[in-house]
Design a protein around this ligand. Sequence first.
Ligand SMILES: *[C@@H]1O[C@H](CO)[C@@H](O)[C@H](O)[C@H]1NC(C)=O
Ligand SMILES: *[C@@H]1O[C@H](CO)[C@@H](O)[C@H](O)[C@H]1NC(C)=O
Ligand SMILES: *[C@@H]1O[C@H](CO)[C@@H](O)[C@H](O)[C@H]1NC(C)=O
Length: 353
Amino acid sequence: MAKQLAITFLPFLPLLLFTSITEMVEGTKKTYGVTDSNTVKLFVFGDSYVDTGNFLDSPSYRAPYGMTNPGKPAGRFSDGRVLSDYIASFLKIDTPTPYSLKNSSNLQYGINFAHGGVGIFETLTKGPNMTVQIDSLENLVQQNVYTKQDLESSVALVAVSGNDYTAFLVNNKSITEIKSFTETLIKQLSTNVQRIHNLGVNKIAIGLLEPIGCLPQITVVTFHLACVDLLNLVSQNHNEVLLQTVKQLNEQVGKSVFVTLDLYNAFLSTIKMMQENQDENLRLLNPLLKPCCNGDGFKNSCGVVDDKGEKKYSLCDKPEDSFFWDYVHPSQNGWNSVYTQLQSSLGQLTDKN
Ligand SMILES: *[C@@H]1O[C@H](CO)[C@@H](O)[C@H](O)[C@H]1NC(C)=O
Ligand SMILES: *[C@@H]1O[C@H](CO)[C@@H](O)[C@H](O)[C@H]1NC(C)=O
Ligand SMILES: *[C@@H]1O[C@H](CO)[C@@H](O)[C@H](O)[C@H]1NC(C)=O
């Protein structure tokens, strides 16, 4: 039964979830203005839900991405701001520089290492997995770009949103082994977040998995009218294991270093809320699970043009009315509402342990 369902849904699975200096000079530290000890810094790890510009040759750098904010493509997989931008504003700092765009004078708010399409393990997209992203931070610490004090007052944000599952389902063509895959995945995630803590970061926010059965690439089978419960169960199981792991990690360190952000319920309640705010006619015309930037057929071709310059996608009139921007990513307004839902748990990020 499960096997059959998996095969039925496989063609609709995404090809990719784009979803996917300081210098030691003769022993003296020379800083480049990074060590502004009064500001908290944010270090971001993960995929396109938080990437703000590391995936240089991706559609996120093509129109219509970024059309709402800043008004042109800016390397985000949305029409505007994404989750990491909102978390930075919660911390009252500018959004941290993407690692690909770093230079000696833009490191004061931290760094965003996240890269669209990647995961904890290898995925269908080439790019730095989470281990490699943490290696990059470790290198910067070894080069004294960031001091131990910098990290102690920093916050880390980790969002891995399902590219590992996409790769798993595409490669294994079956959903029967998915529970054991979840165990393996969370084990590696646990190792990863402990590494971030061992580097000195004392507050680490980890996103729970969103309801993957509600992503437009999946709901195409319901004409975007309903979520696919079978895949939401994968998210639920993932989140149960993750919550249990986080609890154990906090017990081990004896303080609440690790905090979870419940993207699962934030997505669902936002979708429900936006649905209730729509009037009856609009709901019929524009099902809420339908993306604003709608691909051609089953592909996420938002931003794609053919050889003749013909668009391979259609665009809705008002991105702010759609929860989803493209086949996998929320719109800016979608993220804004999710962020509002997360407010109550964000307080833990600025609490002293
Ligand atoms: C560093 O990057 C910022 C953008 O993040 C840019 O405005 C600035 O000119 C760059 N500085 C140097 C020294 O390259
Ligand atoms: C992450 O990527 C590196 C470099 O490609 C690879 O050696 C490593 O095995 C990967 N880590 C995991 C956990 O998949
Ligand atoms: C396929 O499933 C096995 C068993 O769970 C797992 O070890 C392996 O990593 C999976 N392969 C891929 C490519 O995800």
